[in-house]
Write a protein that binds this ligand. Structure first.
Ligand code: 13P
Ligand code: SF4
Length: 310
């Protein structure tokens, strides 16, 4: 890379020249969020991918998100700045093991959280995200037995909220399991007026002390509408950039991890950088490709989710 290039200008030029749209998740680094055409949570990003008329979708997020965009847009080029940007939660559900697990529950329908591979999506009946999960569950009859995969924390939170008894796959996100309840409580004693806002991928004891639980978009909107001036934010740190931007006079404190060496940055999300983003737009790679039969099978439960969430 010519270090004299202004990457912001170059990325803007490439977007125009190539009719490319840049979609970014809230966990991306601030510079990437600032050049994106659309920033959102997983549902917002899937909806944006479903309706774009750009020729190229550049996905600043992790692999399952770009893969979902490709599933919805087989004829568009979908680029991901670093193909190694995976997801510990998606990795916790290998399709061949999940297939065997599913065979033990022949009467159950499968609701899968969008944080999973195309292989898991192809084995699922409906996909959900943290912002529409309750609605998706409620769309099924009360007595319908359900398997929920792959996040056990979100699954048990949803079981409590909806009064269902979904069978849970034992997966989790490495970032959301790192928070220390004790340190959050200590922080709260020092900031008694602060509201604790948490993502539902966190473990149950953390969720039990939260004032608000929601997807990244949900957390951002809550921080805008709530009268509190201080918030303890229990999720990946990337979201703080938008919170601070939207609410310059409020204070956002990232929740502390359970030990000093741990960190609540997602190592997968943070693999993408502005430099890699520029290179991927310039050279149009790495590109997401996938088997057509797998794509068709994985698309069905995503379409159903988009229909129910419209
Ligand atoms: P949402 O942005 O949909 O809340 O998802 C959070 C997440 O962990 C994405 O990897
Ligand atoms: Fe996956 Fe967790 Fe990173 Fe989101 S924050 S991409 S769920 S590892």
């Amino acid at each position: 890379v010519d270090v004299r290039l202004d990457l912001f200008d170059e990325i803007a030029r490439l977007k125009k020249e190539k009719n490319a749209v840049l979609l970014a998740h809230y966990y991306q680094e601030p510079d990437i969020q600032d050049v994106a055409d659309y920033i959102g949570d997983s549902l917002g990003l899937a909806q944006a991918a479903a309706k774009t008329d750009a020729d190229i979708i550049v996905f600043a997020g992790v692999h399952f998100m770009a893969e979902t965009a490709k599933i919805l847009n087989p004829h568009k080029k979908v680029l991901l700045p670093d193909l190694k940007a995976g997801c510990s939660l998606a990795d916790s559900a290998p399709p061949e093991l999940f297939k065997k697990f599913k065979e033990k529950y022949p009467d159950h329908l499968v609701i899968s959280y969008i944080n999973c591979s195309a292989g898991i999506k192809a084995l699922s009946d409906i996909i959900c995200t943290s912002s529409n999960a309750e609605k998706i569950i409620e769309s099924l009859p009360k007595d319908q037995p359900i398997i929920f995969a792959p996040d056990r924390n979100l699954g048990s939170y949803l079981n409590k909220k909806t009064g269902r008894n979904m069978v849970l796959w034992n997966g989790a996100c490495m970032v959301h399991e790192i928070f220390s309840l004790e340190k959050i409580i200590n922080l709260k004693t020092r900031h008694p007026k602060a509201k604790v806002i948490a993502h539902p991928e966190c473990e149950a004891p953390i969720l039990a002390i939260a004032d608000y639980i929601g997807s990244t978009t949900g957390l951002l909107k809550f921080s805008q509408r709530d009268e509190a001036q201080e918030f303890i934010v229990v999720t990946e740190t990337g979201i703080l950039h938008q919170m601070q931007k939207e609410n310059p006079s409020k204070t956002f404190i990232p929740a502390p991890p359970n030990n000093a060496c741990a960190c609540n940055d997602c190592p997968h999300m943070k693999l993408n950088t502005l430099e890699k983003l520029y290179l991927c737009m310039e050279y149009e790679q790495p590109e997401i490709t996938m088997d057509e039969n797998l794509r068709i099978a994985a698309k069905k439960p995503i379409d159903l989710m988009l229909e129910i969430s419209a």
